[in-house]
Design a binder for this molecule. Structure first.
Ligand SMILES: [Zn+2]
Length: 86
């Protein structure tokens, strides 16, 4: 049994169908601002980022690292924010 490999066109269609989610590149460009806003108790900030992080463990881990670093710097408890992006 062999499966037909996905063609670029298929991938593009699948990507388009997933809705207004960010790419990992977009996520990377915005994660600093997102972390800053979460730490400022703006928990509803940037819902697209939240959606991406919930579906993308790699970016979620990156964001969690930034949260811990930024929280340590500002003396804020990172745990509520980590729970949000977990
Ligand atoms: Zn990602």
């Amino acid at each position: 049994m062999s499966l037909r490999p996905l063609e670029p066109r298929d991938v593009e269609r699948l990507t388009l169908d997933t809705g207004p989610w960010l790419s990992c590149d977009d996520c990377f460009a915005l994660v600093d601002e997102y972390v800053e806003r979460l730490l400022a108790a703006d928990s509803g900030a940037m819902p697209l980022m939240r959606g991406h992080l919930l579906g993308c463990p790699a970016c979620a881990e990156e964001a969690a690292t930034l949260v811990v670093l930024a929280a340590a710097e500002t003396g804020v408890d990172p745990r509520p924010v980590l729970a949000l992006i977990g």
